[in-house]
Design a protein around this ligand. Structure first.
Ligand code: NG6
Ligand code: CA
Length: 503
């Protein structure tokens, strides 16, 4: 009698523990991924003239990484790495894609969302996709496939590429959302459709003037990259995009409240064209770039509120980062430069989006898990490419070898031992190598700025560059000639990593 009572108590406790453990292995995971947000754009990283209280709240309740990296200084390659676990320069096609590009990610390989599906998660992507969809000759009036579904997302509500590229429509689970039968949507990146206005020919129709490129089809008073015709009812209104994506993200959470979910919430801000909802226009004094960052921050706050209201905070890991560094004029005359004042989107770093210099890839990177991760600041080196292996470890799964390193203990704040080294990519697959405090930028032919004249130093110089990033975050003091042995050793290790023999 006594024994069986004890047995009952013991098994109940054990049962309880097992159940708890199981739950602990499968917290919801939300990745919030900004587009072109700089290290210095966030209050938690030192921004003073721009307020980001909701992003800061994630940082204050979790870990703020001071050495967090996107794999690339542009969007498609960084997203490719996040979802595949491979460095983007290993795939020659992983470069900024047009809106009609075929799906970039192989459908027969493991991806972050597929791995989460295997662990029993419902997976969703809301926001910017920019990884190609379809097979290269898409009929936008039929189901567009392969796409997010084939990459591992049970639900998707996305724009195909960027907010400055056609088609300007949302694609929901493979179908253009809101398309009317009698008004088919056509897309062409080579030539215009007869009689259709363009920014170049009809500047009087524009509410924001283009500065370079972006002079093709007009939607909602903004000319874009590429040509499109028809699909009028489905064309997005830029001012409503933030609310649209936020509602989709909230609904995804609501639908999956009773099971583990993985949400990839890919914000469109502050990428061009920067067109905030009127609620945010003029609120920061920094022009549209500041205003859309305030809008993005608000969206993040609303998402957190939703998780809180549903009682999900203690069972949800939230990761926040950006796909690449900041840029001011990226194709529209939106006064980003004129209204910048003392704000420094690049933080202490040199360069920006497109750049091999630090500001291209050294981005805000933070994680919170209420009650599980103790708040702190970490200087460990982490890359977004590591999220795959780390979440595989969290959910107890084996992965084939990729560039992704298991940084789970670093992400959970249990260790300060991050990556030994990390490869950084600028435009056109040009790469640099960080090891410890040192960054090596090999010599490259090519100009200081991208060919279309965007005002960012790429870091592509004829001479080899070596910097001590801790002492000289602004990369002004090139130590390559002073430390030839260091250059040699780093080059050798870089070559090994490129060949895949060092992980
Ligand atoms: C460039 C565009 C730029 C931006 C970028 C992609 C021109 C002149 N510039 O080609 O405006 O769209 O591609 O940005 O067209 S990213 O963040 O998605 O990588
Ligand atoms: Ca981007």
């Amino acid at each position: 009698m006594k024994n069986s009572f004890l047995f009952l108590v013991a098994s109940t406790i054990a049962g309880g523990l097992v159940a708890q453990d199981k739950e602990a292995e499968k917290p919801n995971v939300v990745i919030i991924y900004a587009d072109d947000l700089g290290f210095g754009d966030v209050g938690a990283y030192g921004a003073k003239d721009l307020k980001t209280p909701n992003i800061d709240a994630i940082s204050n309740q979790g870990i703020r990484f001071t050495n967090g990296y996107a794999t690339s200084a542009t969007c498609t390659p960084s997203r490719y790495s996040l979802l595949t676990g491979y460095y983007p320069w290993r795939n020659k096609n992983a470069q900024v894609l047009q809106g009609d590009a075929p799906l970039l990610i192989p459908t027969d390989k493991i991806t972050l969302p597929k791995m989460m599906q295997k662990a029993g998660y419902k997976t969703g992507v809301v926001g910017k996709w920019h990884l190609g969809m379809g097979n290269g000759s898409v009929d936008w009036n039929q189901k567009v496939s392969p796409g997010p579904k084939e990459v591992g997302f049970d639900y998707s509500f996305v724009m195909a590429a960027t907010n400055d590229r056609v088609p300007n429509v949302y694609v929901k689970d493979g179908f253009v959302d809101g398309l009317e039968k009698g008004d088919p949507l056509q897309v062409n990146y080579r030539m215009n459709f007869e009689g259709e206005p363009t920014g170049r020919k009809n500047p009087e129709q524009l509410k924001v003037m283009y500065s370079h490129g972006h002079d093709m089809s007009i939607n909602n008073g903004v000319s874009r990259i590429g040509y499109q015709k028809g699909g009028e009812a489905a064309q997005w209104i830029d001012e409503e995009m933030a609310d649209t994506f936020l509602n989709e993200a909230k609904q995804f959470i609501q639908r999956n409240i009773n099971q583990p979910f993985f949400l990839y919430y890919a914000l469109h801000q502050p990428h061009v064209p920067r067109i905030p909802h009127p609620r945010f226009a003029g609120t920061t004094g920094l022009g549209p770039r500041g205003d859309v960052i305030a809008e993005a921050d608000w969206c993040i706050g609303e998402l957190l509120k939703t998780l809180k209201k549903k009682g999900l905070m203690e069972n949800t890991i939230i990761i926040f980062s950006s796909d690449n560094g900041p840029v001011l004029d990226d194709g529209y005359m939106d006064a980003s430069k004129e209204k910048l004042g003392d704000h420094t989107p690049w933080g202490p770093f040199r360069g920006g989006k497109y750049s091999l210099y630090e500001a291209g890839t050294h981005v805000p990177f933070m994680i919170m898990w209420e009650g599980k991760i103790k708040p702190k600041v970490s200087d460990a080196i982490v890359s977004q490419v590591d999220i795959l292996a780390s979440l595989a470890s969290l959910t107890n799964q084996k992965l084939p070898k990729t560039d992704s390193q298991n940084m789970l203990s670093v992400l959970l704040g249990e260790s300060e031992i991050g990556r030994e080294n990390v490869v950084l990519e600028g435009l056109f697959h040009k790469t640099a190598f960080r090891k410890g405090d040192w960054v090596l930028i090999p010599s490259y032919k090519g100009g200081k700025t991208p060919s279309w004249g965007v005002d960012v130093e790429t870091g592509f110089l004829m001479e080899t560059q070596l910097f001590n990033i801790r002492k000289d975050p602004n990369q002004r003091d090139n130590l390559a000639t002073k430390y030839p042995d260091k250059v040699k050793a780093m080059k050798a290790e870089f070559e090994k990593v490129k060949k895949g023999s060092v992980q």
